[in-house]
Write a protein that binds this ligand. Structure first.
Ligand code: PMP
Ligand code: GLN
Length: 379
């Protein structure tokens, strides 16, 4: 028999969610809100389902959604984008896959930060690329210039950067982005900027798209997701926007991957992207309050959490609990306490810490409180 590709691991989200269901645990593992996004957005989708269109929409996406994506980029980040250079995809995951299929040829190196979102490294490898990791060091998830320098070589094709960052909840500073930009220029490389959490940024933190730095617009594609911006993760409506020289080959990958994305959902997301500033501010404010609620609940149990400026994850240090590795701790916490998290080591390809767990906090207050109550009873 012919050997089959064995390089794809089982995603940790599937592993932990299955375990959560099996043990009737409060699931703060896989990241998804437990309240659906705006009713008015869902209403547009429902109406469009009945009234149509229900046939293949244009391959690049509905014109009104491409326009709305460009409008959102202009409104929040001052990015000037011709909607012709926006491609609609079936979630950010498809956009990531399309970008890597378009950009990476066998032997090309792709720089990623470690830890990173779980699909990055498997997709890079499947595209024939070689991941080169830049470690982020807790508690502030900073990276050294020496490590950055070492990751870039004459084979560097692109950097895949997630900002705001899952799982570290880091929002890269302008100074850090400038350091990345300098390497991109020096190595004539591209950036795939996964900015699905662009609107989920808290307090004084400011999300700066790498594409807005001098000279970067021509090198960067920016990925977003309605799943995050509208708390509708099951919809899988994403987008990727960038210069025409990059979007054209990415669209080629898209045409043979999914070709299109459900038109009623596209219509609804176009409507959503036009919601007032107030909607986006409230979304972030509500999440910041939830972050604080969970952080103080965990602190009261003696579990310190790291700074979390963006996305909807909180990293807790469980080193004091003496539960063994993070994988063992996450397993025991699900089985014995009835609370599911994700062990941070699942997001690493290099040296991983074994004392950190990722808690998802985009949940109803009573669910967050129940998780803390269960952990308290278990201690
Ligand atoms: N990138 C990051 C950093 C994410 O957290 C997620 C959400 N799980 C995705 C991409 C995938 O987004 P989507 O559900 O739109 O495919
Ligand atoms: N993005 C979500 C997370 O980080 C999960 C998405 C998925 O299950 N693939 O938890």
């Amino acid at each position: 028999t012919h050997p089959l590709y064995t390089g794809m691991p089982t995603t940790i989200f599937e592993v932990m969610s299955r375990l959560a269901i099996e043990h009737n645990a409060v699931n703060l593992g896989q990241g998804f809100p437990d309240v659906d996004g705006p009713e008015e957005v869902r209403r547009v989708a429902a109406d469009a389902l009945m009234e149509g269109p229900n046939q293949y929409p244009p391959m690049m996406g509905l014109p009104e959604l491409r326009q709305a994506v460009a409008g959102n980029e202009a409104r929040f980040f001052g990015i000037e984008r011709d909607p012709a250079h926006v491609l609609i995809t079936s979630g950010a995951t498809e956009a990531l896959s399309d970008c890597l299929m378009a950009m990476v040829e066998p032997g090309d190196e792709v720089v990623v930060f470690d830890p990173c979102y779980d699909c990055y490294v498997p997709l890079i490898k499947r595209a024939g690329g070689v991941p080169k990791v830049v470690p982020l060091s807790p508690p502030d998830w900073s990276f050294s210039q020496a490590d950055l320098n070492a990751a870039f070589t004459d084979r560097t094709k692109a950097v895949l950067i997630n900002n705001p960052h899952n799982p570290a909840s880091k929002v890269f500073s302008r100074e850090e982005l400038e350091r990345v930009a300098a390497k991109l220029t020096a190595h004539d490389a591209y950036a795939i900027c996964d900015e699905v959490y662009e609107h989920l940024v808290f307090g004084q933190a400011e999300h700066v798209p790498l594409a807005t730095l001098p000279g970067m617009a021509e090198r960067c594609v920016r990925i977003g997701s309605a799943g995050k911006s509208f708390s509708l993760t099951g919809w899988k409506v994403g987008y990727v926007a960038g210069p025409p020289a990059l979007i054209a080959p990415i669209a080629k990958a898209h045409q043979f991957t999914t070709f299109t994305t459900p038109p009623n959902l596209q219509k609804a997301v176009a409507f959503g992207l036009g919601l007032s500033d107030d909607y986006f501010r409230r979304l972030a404010d509500e999440l910041a309050t939830k972050r604080n609620r969970l952080a103080s609940g965990l602190a009261a149990l003696g579990l310190p959490t790291l700074q979390a400026d963006g996305s909807y994850f909180l990293i807790a240090d469980i080193g004091q609990l003496g539960l063994g590795s993070d994988v063992d701790a996450a397993q025991r916490m699900t089985v014995e306490a009835g609370v599911t998290t994700v062990p941070m080591s699942a997001f690493y390809s290099g040296d991983a810490p074994n004392h950190l767990l990722r808690f998802c906090f985009c949940k109803r207050d009573e669910v967050l409180d129940e998780a803390v109550t269960r952990l308290k009873a278990w201690q």
